[in-house]
Design a protein around this ligand. Structure first.
Ligand code: EPU
Length: 341
């Protein structure tokens, strides 16, 4: 285990931003985390990095960055209907999904091709095409970055919400998620509620889809809308889709009768941020080295040498224009670092 000083994070974030960590170390076990914490005698704040796919590095990080490389996937318990699968926090998320499909275990196929790691997935309760991580989550193991104490957290403690959990609130930055346990189905219950999946399957003439068919459809849909981070730097959706009260929504709808929206079971109304941003004229627009992607305005991109500050400045400008036009505040979904107080 080597601790590096002044380490470039360019290859460690899918936005491809060239910011540096004051100190950097890859950790492959809980013991490695303990060792790194013990050696952190000048008490730099500790930050756990996963796949770096949901991050915007605005500046260099005055942190000790620990890259989670804890590996291993196995079935730890099973019955006739389900299997409990444990996966190391440093496993690549999509590789984990493919492992589940290869073992004929259903539940995560709609979450195919989401960049990032298994350990980062619960933090923002990753979701796509009608499924969220919380739907298959059983529990997780985590190590406290201050004391080194280890704990187990169930779904109740994690308190998942839309792109949200306790690890984005009260426990933000406090724990390394070392292992996640998923309850997966042997008898598959496919979720085809998201129109594009059903359309893609139909276009391929698939009448009785398998979990592999659904995964392939999701991969096709994602690839057509979202830029490949190995070609164009990005962090997926940059902002969350805002949720408005019915009254607030109706006030906006009076002025914008065509506004795209979804009624939520709790009575609120969700508006796609991608639509709001497109209406403000940002879709496909390039500003210096950055811009809003041509096929999905919610995705901000780095065309080459954008600095984190440049992307952040565009994000602020976009949010301001949405607020000015619609009176709706959109907030980042990505983790913006260093943290602002
Ligand atoms: N839209 C536009 N213009 C755009 C983009 C979207 O008008 O440029 C409108 C369209 O009407 C479209 C609607 O917005 O029907 C929704 O778009 P889309 O289906 O692409 O989904 P999204 O709400 O923009 C969310 C997630 C994605 C996830 C997809 C599919 C958030 C913040 N994003 O995007 O997650 O893949 O749904 O489930 O909830 C991510 O979190 O990084 C991510 C990519």
């Amino acid at each position: 285990m080597t601790i590096h000083e002044n380490y470039s994070l360019r290859a460690c974030n899918t936005f491809g931003i060239d910011a540096k960590a004051a100190r950097f170390c890859a950790v492959a076990s809980v013991v490695d985390i303990w060792t790194a914490i013990k050696q952190n005698t000048d008490k730099l704040p500790v930050f756990i990095l996963g796949g770096g796919s949901n991050l915007l590095l605005r500046h260099d990080l005055p942190y000790l960055v620990l890259k989670n490389e804890i590996k291993g996937i196995k079935i730890v318990e099973e019955n006739d209907e389900t299997a409990l699968v444990a996966a190391g926090g440093g496993e690549n998320w999509h590789d984990f999904v493919l492992w589940c499909i290869a073992h004929n275990l259903g539940g995560v196929e709609n979450l195919s091709l989401i960049p990032g790691t298994v350990g980062a997935a619960p933090i923002q309760n990753i979701g796509a095409y009608g499924v969220e991580l919380k739907d298959v989550f059983e529990r997780l193991d985590a190590t406290h970055l201050g004391t080194g104490g280890i704990g187990t957290f169930d779904a109740y403690i994690c308190d998942f919400g839309y792109r949200d959990s306790i690890f984005k609130r009260g426990l933000k930055g406090k724990y390394a998620i070392t292992r996640v346990y998923f309850r997966l189905q042997k008898t598959h219950k496919l979720n085809l509620s998201y129109g594009a999946i059903a359309q893609t399957l139909e276009a391929k003439g698939i009448k009785k889809p398998t979990i592999k068919d659904v995964s392939d459809a999701v991969i096709e849909i994602r690839s057509s809308k979202l830029p490949d981070p190995t070609e164009i730097g990005n962090s997926g959706s940059f902002f969350k889709n805002p949720e408005l009260s019915k009254t607030d929504f109706e006030a906006v709808e009076t002025n914008f009768p065509d506004i795209v929206h979804y009624n939520l079971p709790n009575g609120n109304v969700k508006v796609p941020a991608g639509w709001l941003i497109e209406q403000c004229g940002w879709k496909g627009k390039r500003v210096g080295n950055t811009g809003a992607y041509k096929n999905q305005a919610l995705v901000l991109v780095n065309y080459g040498n954008a600095s984190g500050a440049e992307v952040w400045s565009l994000a602020e400008e976009i949010a301001q224009s949405v607020a000015d036009k619609f009176g709706i505040r959109i907030v980042p979904e990505v983790n913006v670092l260093p943290y602002q107080n």
